[in-house]
Design a protein around this ligand. Structure first.
Ligand code: TPP
Ligand code: MG
Length: 672
């Protein structure tokens, strides 16, 4: 009798070792990757996937599936092994192509819903934030759609998190909010292996994590031997499921690199075991030492049972959904529309327009008016602010607050937690059924840059309401005045960055952001009032979707182009009037979204910014970085390439050269 035959008595142990060695073999084949965490977490992953998580590998898009988030994305080989064994469409060939170009098994998991990969992880802590967002989405959708006897949305969110996840500040932000909101369907399995890259965690991390989570209002349950003790894992997962009023943290003590000569050492973390240690590990665990990518008979049995149960659960759910459609046709129709990705017909008719001859209006206030007008039409729009609601103008009469006691609320009080806000928005957006927005000052977009980048990488529709968008926020001074932020946001692929010039451009930007299904959008909005631009009242609706458009023009070819965004556009309009009065042929181009303009045909771009006109002046109250793409080698830019200053905004405008007089002078200087 071989070792394997003997082990086949115990299908669970056999399957767990199969997970372990698929992961080890993937890392060996790629000659890179992380074997330690999969070896330590295989038992908890296996037990979760086969006994407690409700999922249907043959339909990874079932809306009521439990969500699995591998927050410690470096353990990707574990996820791929589980997906493969569970029957998702991740083939053995894909496992063999781990970390290779174009494979479905990249170094860290990348959101791929058809393969069961719920979110992109790797930057530690993000998965926990995403999971909090997923649990919020579940509760919001349940409140909206469930009816007596019809629990259409009723699923859990399961997370694997590592020491690094819990060291990251975002985990604290997100977990604090999750405790406050009493997200009882959120369960985090903490891989407490006491090792990170530098060595034992007590080099830098000695707090009592359990007590910390208890203080957040979580239910905490410990497992002492989580690499082995299946009964204890089962009891912990059961306890998490039974706890409905608080999120659960299962503190699972495991051994990194379990069974290998590098067990319990940081050496097991992030490099292949190597051929000798791999063989030794296989011998230690009774695995045939020369077998690679080996799936013994029986290793998938429990997975198959779980898949069968998941498929049956989905069938029951579908039958319930059919009865629901008969009993509650309106709600069912709304859900069907959302699942099809449709927005309610006619919602754009409610977009406000702003008079071209009205009073000055800050674009943040215009944004608030847009929200107030469209939110009642768009029940999928949910959002909030990181404690800057009155400044960001992100609330509307259409909402009540989302809270533990009021799950039908749509307004999210994120607290002063920008980083978690961004990550939670990603989790909400990943439902595909809700459109999240979140507000803070543009300067603090830096606090949420990692989730913004991930939203862009995952092409998720998240909308950032970034007010106080320049040095013209004034008295709060350089600590609060963004200079580098527009340029750095524009450098993020797939992110649309809007800087609208008035109310009408703001409304047009919101429309695009809400309809944009290929990535997130950031709206940079002013604190200070801006005079309305009559020409934008007529042209913004057509112009903003093209990214840049002509707002004021001359007869024939211009001598000079004034290119501007946001609060600098009206200034250029005034300068253009003065120059025109002097017979200078000058054109003003408003450029609210560079990314959209860059995506237009060359014909359109050349029409707006004719290559033959080399005298060009860019005007924007932010870093000049990026502007030379538009102004060309002979052009000039009025920008802010130093920090701002604390003073009333009109004084700042004077000191930094953004008054009508100053811009006119620079323009005349260009003309020679
Ligand atoms: C935000 C972030 N910082 C740094 C890293 C690099 N990194 C990957 S894993 C890791 C820590 C490893 O410790 P742990 O999370 O406990 O994982 P384990 O070694 O136990 O698998 C670090 C610093 C990262 N992925 N994300
Ligand atoms: Mg660790």
């Amino acid at each position: 009798m071989t070792d394997l035959d003997r082990r086949a008595d115990d299908l669970d142990r056999l399957a767990i070792d199969t997970v372990r060695f698929l992961a080890v073999d993937m890392v060996e084949a790629a000659n890179s990757g992380h074997p330690g965490a999969p070896l330590g977490q295989a038992a908890m992953g296996y037990w979760l996937w086969t006994r407690h998580m409700r999922h249907n590998p043959s339909d990874p898009r079932w809306p009521n599936r439990d969500r699995f988030v591998l927050s410690c994305g470096h353990a990707s080989a574990l996820l791929y092994a589980l997906l493969h064994l569970a029957g998702y469409q991740l083939s053995m060939d894909e496992l063999k192509r781990f970390r290779q170009f174009g494979s479905h098994t990249p170094g860290h998991p990348e959101h791929e819903p058809d393969f069961g990969i719920e979110t992109t992880t790797g930057p530690l802590g993000q998965g926990i934030g995403n999971a909090v967002g997923m649990a919020i989405a579940e509760r919001m959708l349940a409140a909206r759609f469930n009816r007596d006897g019809f629990p259409v949305f009723d699923h859990r969110v399961w997370v694997h998190a590592s020491d690094g996840d819990l060291m990251e500040g975002i985990a604290s932000e997100a977990s604090s909010l999750a405790g406050h909101l009493r997200l009882g369907k959120l369960n985090v399995l903490y891989d407490d292996n006491e090792i990170s890259i530098d060595g034992p965690t007590d080099l830098s991390f000695r707090e009592d994590v359990a007590k910390r989570y208890e203080a957040y209002g979580w239910h905490v349950h410990r497992v002492e031997n989580g690499s082995d003790d299946l009964a204890a894992l089962d009891a912990a997962m059961q306890a998490a499921r039974e706890e409905t009023d608080r999120p659960s943290l299962l503190v699972v003590r495991t051994h990194i690199g379990y069974g290998s000569p590098k067990q319990d050492s940081a050496d097991a973390h992030g490099s292949p075991l190597g051929p000798e240690a791999t063989k030794e590990t296989k011998r230690n665990l009774g695995w045939p030492e020369d077998a690679t990518f080996h799936v013994p008979d029986g290793a998938q049995d429990r997975f198959a049972q779980a898949a069968h149960q998941g498929a049956r659960a989905q069938l029951e759910w579908e039958a319930m959904a059919a009865r629901y459609a008969a009993a509650h046709p309106e709600a069912a129709a709304e859900l069907a529309e959302r699942r099809a990705g449709k927005l309610p017909a006619g919602w754009t008719d409610h977009l406000p327009s702003f008079p071209g001859d009205g009073d000055p209006l800050a674009t943040r206030k215009a944004s608030g008016k847009v929200l107030g007008a469209v939110a009642p039409q768009l029940p999928m729009l949910v959002g909030g602010s990181a404690d800057l609601t009155p400044s960001n103008n992100t609330n509307t009469d259409a909402y009540s607050d989302f809270s533990a006691d009021n799950p039908s609320g749509r307004y999210l009080r994120f607290g002063v937690r920008e980083h978690a806000m961004g990550s939670i928005m990603n989790g909400i957006a990943l439902s595909g059924l809700l459109i999240p927005y979140g507000g803070t000052f543009l300067i603090f977009s830096d606090y949420m840059k990692p989730p913004i980048r991930l939203a862009a990488l995952m092409k998720q529709r998240a909308i950032y309401v970034f007010t106080h968008d320049s040095i013209f926020l004034g008295e709060d001074g350089p600590t609060h005045q963004p200079v580098a932020q527009l340029a750095s946001l524009r450098a993020v692929p797939n992110l649309l960055v809007f800087r609208p010039a008035d109310g009408n451009e703001t409304a047009a930007a919101w429309k695009i952001a809400i309809e944009n299904r290929t990535g997130p959008s950031a709206l940079a909005l002013t604190r200070q009032g801006l005079p309305p631009i009559p020409a934008a009242a007529e042209r913004a609706a057509d112009g903003v979707p093209r990214g840049a458009y002509v707002l004021a023009d001359c007869d024939g070819e211009p001598d000079l182009l004034l290119l501007a965004t946001g609060s600098e556009v009206w200034v250029c309009m005034e300068v253009q009037k003065r120059l025109a009065a002097d017979g200078v042929a000058c054109r003003v181009v408003s450029m609210p979204c560079w990314e959209l303009f860059g995506a237009q045909t060359a014909d359109y771009r050349d029409e707006v910014i004719p290559p033959s006109v080399s005298l060009r002046l860019g005007v924007e109250a932010g870093a000049s970085l990026g502007w030379h793409r538009w102004v060309g080698p002979a052009g000039d830019v009025i920008a802010v390439d130093r920090f701002g200053a604390s003073a009333p905004w009109k004084d700042v405008a004077k000191a930094y050269g953004f008054t009508v007089d100053a811009v006119e002078e620079r323009a005349r200087g260009l003309l020679g």
